[in-house]
Ligand binder design. Structure first.
Ligand code: HPA
Ligand code: ZN
Length: 339
């Protein structure tokens, strides 16, 4: 049963919509890049690094995630990071990716915006040619930093407007509500960026309301806490506002204690547009297929439900409508042809 389920998930055509490229930094690659850049890391082995990946909350994870990113210096490093991710998810039949990058994590260390984006973008273009993985690149502001720093980052992004599809908001949520970035998001919207924000991961449902009404987002990242507010659930369902859930991330950061009662079915039954994603797979124990499997097993999800989640990943994407339809038809054909 499990083997069949694994096989079904593995072959399912799908999109990934919530993925931080810095969160795909596997320890093996981290050691390799640290060595070639002559940077020290405080661990002696891959095992030691993995031992350190035990978190009690979002901040404990972020501290180690930013530390890992410190060894990324050259354009080639950002290319290698992105390339490795695309190779992995190509093997998982991911056919479209919308990935986040955090420019401030690098520009604050003296790495230029150009270096970061050129490395990432070159890998994405090659991945599209070689693997057929279409993509959108999304720049996130670090919400623990001041509004002014986000304005500066937005300025730096403008020369790369054609490469950056959207703008998001990540990092330490509690104490940094979406409203802190209302003006920056308004400016980003004027510049033509599509908007989204992490909200309701650790923060309250009120942060999701703010993201909707003050930032005018087109998608909510995480959004788990919407279940605390029935009126919000109704609003999200009425707007068909997609939520990008990340089950293994939620378990690793203790947003939920277990996946045994992960409320996916409840959310779908309420009419919410739900997608499954990996967030920071190198840190949370799995890429997208492991996230699907991580909920499919304990919740006994049917193949039809899993296919619905894969269809949702295309519905909730920023692909053009006719392209969404084509991709959704591929999922339907896959399900129909399954033994
Ligand atoms: N939440 C907030 N910020 C992040 C995350 C996350 O899950 N991953 C990387 N930056
Ligand atoms: Zn995230």
């Amino acid at each position: 049963m499990t083997a069949t389920l694994e096989k079904f998930i593995a072959g399912l055509p799908k999109a990934e919509l919530h993925l931080h490229i810095e969160g795909t930094f596997e320890p093996e690659l981290m050691f390799e890049i640290a060595q070639r850049n002559k940077r020290q890391i405080r661990f002696n082995s891959v095992e030691e690094v993995k031992q350190a990946y035990r978190f009690n909350n979002l901040q404990e994870f972020l501290d180690i995630y930013y530390e890992g990113a410190n060894v990324l210096i050259e354009e080639r490093d950002f290319y290698d990071l992105t390339r490795a991710y695309l190779q992995r998810v190509h093997a998982q039949n991911v056919q479209h990716v919308e990935i986040f990058f955090d420019p401030q994590t690098h520009t604050d260390r003296g790495i230029s915006f150009d270096t970061v984006i050129k490395g990432i973008y070159r890998a994405l273009e090659e991945g599209e040619k070689q693997f057929g993985i279409s993509f959108k690149l999304i720049m996130c502001f670090l919400r623990h930093l001041p509004e002014e720093a986000a304005f500066k980052t937005l300025e730096e992004a403008l020369p790369f407007k054609d490469w950056i599809y959207g703008v998001g908001l990540d990092s330490s949520e509690l104490g940094h509500p979406p409203s802190k970035f209302e003006r920056v998001f308004a400016k980003a919207r004027e510049a033509g960026f599509t908007l989204m924000a992490h909200a309701g991961e650790e923060g309250p449902s009120a942060y999701i309301w703010e993201a909707l009404t003050q930032l005018n987002v087109a998608r909510i990242d995480h959004g788990n806490r919407c279940l605390d507010d029935e009126r919000l659930v109704q609003e999200l369902a009425a707007r068909q506002m997609a939520l990008t859930l990340c089950p293994l991330s939620n378990r690793a950061l203790k947003v939920v204690q277990t996946l045994d009662n992960y409320p996916i079915q409840k959310m779908m039954d309420k009419g919410l547009l739900i997608t499954i994603n990996s967030d920071d797979p190198a840190y949370f124990g799995g890429y997208i297929n492991e996230n699907y499997l991580g909920i499919a097993q304990p919740l006994h999800l049917s193949k039809e439900t899993l296919a619905e989640l894969a269809k949702n990943s295309f519905r909730a994407s920023f692909l053009p409508e006719e392209e969404k339809e084509k991709r959704i038809a591929r999922v339907e054909a896959y399900l129909a042809n399954w033994d």
